[in-house]
Design a protein. Structure first.
Ligand SMILES: [Zn+2]
Length: 126
């Protein structure tokens, strides 16, 4: 397995910072769109039920996307924090080093591939 060098860490850190910025922007856009749609509804007369339920599911989809973005932002920030305290690149479950290729593809990874697979398996069965 290849070792993670300072150069790798620097590149991953830049990547994480960029991702955090992007997520913040997405969340910001989603929030202002939501504020806008609340305003629109206030001006309109009550809608028929059919429209309302479509709006609700749109809102739910947007909400789910926001939750995902927020979760990823949390992961990205946690990864940056782990870089600060030197534990970056260690699997949170087994403590072994996460493969460099995995970190490069997914810099906010908290688990090695083996533990991630197990974790997702457990989630699916829960
Ligand atoms: Zn592991």
């Amino acid at each position: 397995m290849s070792t993670i060098t300072k150069t790798h860490l620097q590149a991953l850190k830049t990547h994480l910072h960029q991702r955090a910025q992007q997520l913040l922007q997405e969340l910001d856009t989603a929030r202002s769109e939501q504020a806008q749609s609340v305003h629109d509804t206030e001006d309109l007369p009550p809608e028929p039920d059919a429209n309302q339920s479509r709006d609700t599911s749109d809102r739910e989809v947007r909400h789910a996307e926001q939750m995902r973005d927020q979760q990823e932002l949390k992961d990205v920030r946690a990864a940056l924090q782990r870089m600060e305290d030197g534990s970056y690149g260690e699997c949170m479950d087994c403590g072994k080093g996460i493969a460099l290729a995995r970190l490069q593809a997914f810099p906010s990874a908290k688990r090695c591939i083996a533990c991630q697979t197990l974790h997702e398996d457990k989630k699916r069965r829960a």
